[in-house]
Design a binder for this molecule. Structure first.
Ligand SMILES: Cc1cc2nc3c(=O)[nH]c(=O)nc-3n(C[C@H](O)[C@H](O)[C@H](O)COP(=O)(O)O)c2cc1C
Length: 319
């Protein structure tokens, strides 16, 4: 592993379990960290600032206990939308600073004062980017690493092929890269390292876990899914995102209409527009790797042994 951060020796594999709105929570993050994988959740998954603080305290207490028991858990991370459109940004940032969140996964704008504040208490900030231009701006603003969100990622995604994206980012900066989009197993983590990434993100692979907040129907339905069931559209909330097509159809959305609908103008089959739906689910191209609902710890252990086996195999192949 080539991870230029102090926490590197606490990681079993170069992986961050990605923050997922209404899916990740402290229980998931704690289980991942205790397995030697960075766990995370978005601040905006909590309804209020008070609940966000409860989540932070729960996470820190559990990890401190694990530390006291000699476990050496991985650090945890919190996703913060650092854009003026996020009305809670200031309050959530205050809590991040107060509780000295070790890793902050920032998304949307890249304001340098936010990065300065995170560095001020000793935290590190990894910023979401979907192009080399985004990466340049984030580095100028002071981001410590870049999360390269490639095409095929779950949630709000990039659209660029991961090889092309990593290689263009490497042309503009030598900051560490965390690759996101479609990674599902230990071999993928090693492949990302071979491409020049320091670490990787996995989101979709962790939706169907026992600890996740995703409803049972969502988890179960992913088991049936294949990459061809993923539908890319900016029409639902204005930004390109990958959606699980069967959930769109079930909600009454006509996919042919959706394909030609302008960003933010969700459509229904009867022509009614701009309605927010429940039961519309997101997933990335890696959906096909979901075979059953498993505990986070088991999934992490599977990924660790796959990663180790992949390294051994590659060494043998290279002689
Ligand atoms: C259901 C779902 C919700 C997500 N919510 C967020 C979020 O709130 N904040 C964020 O930065 N990324 C979010 N993402 C994106 C992930 O953090 C990550 O970039 C993505 O899952 C990586 O691609 P993969 O799903 O192919 O592993 C979400 C992804 C999914 C699948």
């Amino acid at each position: 592993m080539n991870i230029p951060f102090e926490f590197a020796d606490r990681l079993e594999i170069p992986l961050i379990v990605a923050p997922m709105f209404l899916v990740s929570n402290p229980t998931m993050a704690i289980a991942a960290c205790r397995a030697g994988v960075i766990g995370s959740y978005p601040a905006h998954s909590t309804r209020t600032r008070e609940i966000f603080e409860e989540w932070l305290i729960e996470t820190q207490n559990a990890l401190a206990q694990a530390d006291d028991a000699g476990e050496q858990p991985a650090p945890y991370a919190v996703n913060l939308v650092v854009h003026p459109s996020n009305a809670r940004m200031e309050g959530d940032l205050e809590l991040v600073i107060k509780h000295k969140v070790p890793i902050v996964l920032t998304s949307k704008g890249a304001p340098d004062d936010v990065f300065n504040m995170i560095h001020g208490y000793g935290g590190v900030a990894f910023h979401d980017v979907a192009s080399a231009r985004h990466a340049e701006k984030a580095v100028e603003a002071g981001a410590d690493a870049l999360i390269a969100v490639a095409g095929g990622a779950g949630g709000h995604c990039g659209t660029i092929n991961p090889f092309a994206l990593v290689s263009e980012i490497k042309q503009v900066t030598d900051k560490p890269i965390i690759l996101a989009g479609g990674l599902t197993n230990g071999q993928d983590l090693l492949a990302a390292e071979a491409m020049g990434a320091s670490m990787s993100y996995m989101g979709t692979r962790f939706i169907a876990t026992e600890e996740s907040l995703a409803p049972k129907e969502y988890c179960d339905s992913l088991i049936e899914g294949k990459a061809t069931d993923i539908f890319l559209s900016a029409a639902l909330d204005g930004a390109p995102a990958n959606w699980y097509a069967p959930s769109l159809v079930k909600a009454g959305i006509d996919l042919d209409e959706l394909a030609v609908t302008r960003p933010g103008n969700i459509v229904t089959s009867d022509g009614q527009s701009k309605q927010r739906y429940k039961g519309i689910w997101s997933a990335g191209h890696g959906i096909g790797a979901t075979r059953e609902v498993v505990p986070v710890q088991d999934l992490c252990e599977e990924l660790i042994s796959e990663y180790q086996a992949a390294r051994t195999n590659l060494r043998q192949q290279l002689g």
